[in-house]
Write a protein that binds this ligand. Sequence first.
Ligand SMILES: Cc1cc2nc3c(=O)[nH]c(=O)nc-3n(C[C@H](O)[C@H](O)[C@H](O)COP(=O)(O)OP(=O)(O)OC[C@H]3O[C@@H](n4cnc5c(N)ncnc54)[C@H](O)[C@@H]3O)c2cc1C
Length: 343
Amino acid sequence: MNICHDISLLQYNTFGIDVHANTLISYESNEELVDIVLNHLPNLPKPLLHIGGGSNLLFMNDFKGTILLSEIKIVEVVTETEDSVIIRAGSGLVLDEFISYTLSQGWYGLENLSLIPGQVGASAVQNVGAYGVEAGDRIVAVNCISLLDGSEKRFSHDECNYSYRHSIFKESHLYGKYAVVSVEYALSKTFIPQLNYGGIMHFLTSFGFTLEGVSAIQLRDIIISIRREKLPDPKVIGNAGSFFMNPIVDISLLEKIRTQYPEVPHYPTSHGKVKIPAAWLIDKCGWKGKSLGKASVHSRQPLVLINNGYATGNDIKSLSDRIQQDVFDKFSISICPEVNFIY
Ligand SMILES: Cc1cc2nc3c(=O)[nH]c(=O)nc-3n(C[C@H](O)[C@H](O)[C@H](O)COP(=O)(O)OP(=O)(O)OC[C@H]3O[C@@H](n4cnc5c(N)ncnc54)[C@H](O)[C@@H]3O)c2cc1C
């Protein structure tokens, strides 16, 4: 366990917002976390905030409470058959390193999530997704410790209530009440490539591969190349990936937009509605590559807001507010931030 007071959060958020926290505690095991909850937290400043890699956070001010950070890095086989394996992964593992490890073992299913920043714990909270796969598709259980009394609680897949970038851990009755300590993923020993999303097939052929010929590691490498091409590296330019979620709207609204923009991209969802890429809406409002103060919209990917250097949380929020207003005025669509605002 490591406890730091009055600590800069610059290295703990990929937006590169320069704020401080009163206290930050990291822990390496379930037992350490229980000890922290029972014997340390009662005397430490509140509120509590559990972070991972800080790649989906926007700090609006100095954080006057206590931040928790998992350093649990276990990887355990829970059950294994000829065809599949259930792996328990510590919440403090870097998700991409864990994915690389699973592929090296011949365990498939997470390759499309390659290079998504952040930790395994947050992957279960955020239900991260990319190229047609969501973490929730592979998660069978999430093991947690209550930050109120240190008790253990295992959430089954169904209890996690997964949907697009959503889990039960984001719902108000549970938000901030549990620390995720490990996540159990069900992976296959047979590689079945998921290629029908985000132009992967196009890249595959342009890299000289066929559907039958590509291996999981090659698919991972291709996805990493596409992501490096499209998205700014947070180590160089502060950002938190997609700032907004893609809105899901009624078909009637899509039809209305189509009368003016027949080319509007859209994808059917399970409830007879359609998902419209927020990036397209933002682009149509003329924001691509534009700045407001110290914050900008990325020139290649309008869904990504960036810190031009020394931006505050309020600088980013001002830009986000303007974009939301413009999209609403033009399309009557409210786009919601994916990023977690921390006040
Ligand atoms: C360049 C870039 C690209 C990205 N691309 C994608 C993408 O393709 N798809 C996608 O879905 N996301 C993407 N993201 C967003 C981000 O990577 C994910 O949301 C990721 O899951 C955040 O992980 P983190 O460890 O950094 O969590 P943080 O940002 O630190 O926290 C995110 C949330 O999880 C909670 N949390 C974190 N760890 C725990 C824990 N152990 N217990 C309880 N709660 C916890 C926090 O309280 C917070 O609410 C991208 C971000 C960047 C910077």
